[in-house]
Design a protein. Sequence first.
Length: 450
Amino acid sequence: MAYRLLLSPVVVAVGLALAAGRADAADPPKGFTALFNGKDFTGWHGWAIHEKGGSPADLARLSPAERKAKIAKWTAAVKDHWKIEDGEIVNPHNSGPFLATNKEYGDIELLLEWKITPKVDSGLYLRATPQIQVWDATEPDPRGLGKAKGSGGMWNNKAGSPGRDPLVKADNPPGQWNKFRIIQVGDVTTIYLNGKLVVDHAKLQNFWKKGAPLPKTGAIILQTHPPEGEIRWRNIFVREIPPDEANEILRKSAGTGFRPVFDGKTLAGWEGAVQNYEVRDGAISCKPKKGGVLYTTDRYTDFAVQLEYKVPPGGNNGLAIRYPGKGQGSYDGMCELQILDDDAAKYVNKLDPRQFTGSAYGMAAATRGHGRPAGEWNFMLVTVQGPTIRVELNGATTLTTDLSQVTEYMGNRKHPGKDLKEGHFGFCGHNDPVAFRNIAIKPIPASPSR
């Protein structure tokens, strides 16, 4: 879920009253917005996220009044630790509450510069989640934290996981300015430091809830961290990434080896309920008030499929996984992966969690809340290996499940096809004009252990 921090006018006013500076910020590049105006802390508030009771989940549990009071207290403390000098945000002792944007951001491109004194250890949070590492890469590292590898890695990721350590050391020495360019879509994060690629389409892991995707949105946060030392930030610019661009980024992050199974013009290579589907504007769409399973002529064992889908308000469809060519995709196939307008009024308080978008229908629930509004194109990547299915929706891993371990079913209705090892890929129409495009499949060679 996305943790929402609702800032009152009082909290915002406190932020406006903080230190004044002496220089304007640089103009943002085309398409970007300045997060810092070079003069004051407009648009920012204090957040002691590192203290007990300061996590996003802790704040979400508070009443609105309690939350407002806590944030106001942190924001008032900003003036004792942060200042603005020559158009730069400065923390002279790397101490005190963190500095967080009032606005929460999802898919973004972020530009900013930072400069540290020797021995500083700091960082940057995205979606209120730690962290992109900033530290002195020249300092001795007796604890083996990885300082010699440089800044820019996602240090709170699990050790050894992609993105945890930077690909190259790209730091300028303490006392010189460094420049980040960060692109984040869903959990997928790419980081450049001083023009060098240090993280390449790796997932920022959820520090607050292990194994869960990141919140859909969250604050951008400038961290403080002992020991003492000065850190400066400047030229902080953000650009919100629109869905079509985000989908292209995710398609790149999915890797190579995918082969199109839809030519964008006809239903060549598809079988089943072809009379109930049509090609419109380069997409396969289920005809209104029609349904049935449309499936590929080819059969697959282990595979990955990437595609985009768009639902109308209240729309319902699904992905047929290892479909045998007859019967229902949800029961006679390995499973149906739900495609649904979860937020439609007609579904409020009526859905079993195993019906949310990305769920293995009736068997395993996906994390809700990562789909885009009805009428927008979503990107989905599904990986099927043996009995295991992983679903990534708009860059967030919303389902990882082993269907061979499922013993409880929605409505106590068993799924006889769930252990199928081979079958077609397709769409399970349910009377709504849900559309699919850019459909490509990559067969995965079976593991020797199987």
